[in-house]
Design a protein around this ligand. Structure first.
Ligand code: ZN
Ligand code: ZN
Length: 450
């Protein structure tokens, strides 16, 4: 997940907005007959496994979703092993060779036949036959030096699983382990382990787009994925239909002035003064041109002058930044107003070049898919543990999938006691008690979506 500078927010007590969203959520939950249909569908998908330990059979009276969670808890040690191995051996985007190898070998140990080298270092595996529902996990880490003093701390200096993709991969492996023992009767579950969620290649393509291009999602009718949320209590998930994570644009601005001795600026054109005006103008785009009810963020993340001396007027300045929003119309307004904000450079005698490009669309959860998964979640953990979810300004390349296939992106609570361990920081960490729920949610959701 790529973050903007927004502060988070799963408040301990419900805010007014939360209550509003709860109301919306309750309104969109399916009626009882529909819930029964979904539960029946989930039960029918599971083929009884004669080799299951005896105590498993005593679970027959419980719901199938609950049964899957019980089974996931029984493989908690395995899930810990997967997660800790991947966490200790993180690899940057497009370099996930060791992780892909570990994933493929683990899948093979379940008797599955994974396909490797898909879209680069991606791994794809099918369980069952026929129409497919996909589970997606990402495998890449970030260029951050881990500060956690833990036994499974990163062995690769300067590289860390600080966005929880080790957890996503471990949970998807857990789902494969559960489903390999009880494959769906009708239909196929395709598990896609993608590379490079955090970065794009020189063609501007990140892992999800590369997997789409490689055909990993061809014929897939629905898709589900999860992401760790360190602000959400462990044992809970969040479910929200409609927009969940923001669309993301990037911009680069080059301002050209005229360099001169700092003692007589009147002979030059000061690119730093022009840049300062542009920064101020950009601050008014969201506040003066976008409705207060339409969330948007513009952040200038970097600024550098061609010279850095006390007595030289800079010849040129470069700036870079990110834009987050949820609607295409907002994108159009921001793009136009960014251009207008830069025009001050010409009024001041300089010139500018604005490069503005779309990075990823918004992650939009499909209402029907969310409705099916919410019934699964109610069976598994009860309504009290399902947070209504809220829009966040972070971005995720799952958006390229949700644009093509009806999907649901599930925030998984991984909160630890003490201060929040924020994503993309050197002290990010998760509560590993969340692993069985992650694996069971993926498996049960995929079955129910078939
Ligand atoms: Zn991330
Ligand atoms: Zn992420």
């Amino acid at each position: 997940m790529r973050l903007s500078t927004e502060k988070s927010s799963f408040p301990e007590s419900c805010s007014f907005i939360c209550l509003y969203e709860i109301r919306q959520y309750q309104e969109c939950t399916p009626c009882e007959p529909k819930r029964d249909r979904i539960t029946r569908r989930l039960k029918n998908q599971l083929v009884p496994n004669d080799k299951e330990p005896k105590e498993m059979n005593t679970l027959a009276t419980k719901s199938t979703a609950g049964e899957l969670l019980e089974r996931a808890r029984k493989i908690h040690e395995d899930l810990l092993r997967y997660r800790r191995h991947i966490h200790a051996n993180p690899e940057l985007s497009f370099e996930e060779h060791g992780t892909a190898d570990f994933v493929a070998k683990t899948l093979a140990s379940f008797g599955l036949k994974p396909q490797t080298g898909v879209g680069g270092t991606g791994v794809v595996v099918d369980i069952g036959e026929g129409e497919a529902v996909a589970i997606r996990a990402d495998m890449d880490a970030l260029p951050i030096d881990e500060l956690n003093e833990i036994a499974h701390r990163s062995c690769n200096k300067g590289v860390m699983h600080a966005c929880g993709h080790d957890v996503h991969t471990a949970c998807a492996l857990g789902a494969a382990q559960l489903l390999s023992k009880n494959p769906p009767k009708n239909g196929r579950i395709r598990i896609v382990f993608q590379p490079a969620e955090e970065a794009a290649n020189e063609d501007g393509l990140s892992g999800a787009s590369l997997m789409l291009k490689a055909g990993a999602f061809d014929g897939v009718k629905r898709c589900v994925a999860l992401h760790v949320f360190p602000e959400l209590p462990t044992g809970q998930i969040a479910l929200k239909s409609g927009p969940l994570l923001a669309a993301c644009d990037q911009f680069d601005i080059k301002i050209q002035g005229k360099g001169v001795h700092g003692a007589w600026p009147e002979l030059g054109i000061d690119a730093i003064v022009i840049a300062s005006q542009i920064v101020q103008n950009i601050q008014t785009v969201v506040s003066r041109r976008i409705s207060a009810l339409d969330p948007a963020v513009i952040t200038i993340g970097g600024i550098k002058s061609s010279t850095y001396r006390p007595n030289i007027v800079a010849d040129s300045v470069e700036m870079t930044g990110t834009v987050r929003y949820f609607h295409n119309e907002t994108h159009e307004v921001i793009r136009r107003e960014m251009e207008n904000a830069c025009r001050i450079a010409e009024v001041m005698g300089g010139s500018y070049e604005l490069r503005y490009f779309k990075e990823s669309p918004a992650v939009v959860n499909d209402a029907e898919v969310v409705s099916i998964i919410s019934e699964v979640a109610k069976e598994m953990i009860g309504t009290a543990n399902i947070h209504p979810g809220e829009m966040k300004m972070g971005a995720e390349d799952f958006s390229f999938l949700s644009e093509k296939v009806p999907s649901c992106f599930i925030p998984l609570g991984t909160q630890l006691p003490g201060p929040i361990r924020f994503l993309h920081t050197a002290t990010f960490d998760i509560n590993e008690d969340a692993l069985p729920l992650g694996a069971a949610m993926l498996a049960a959701s995929a079955l129910a979506l078939l």
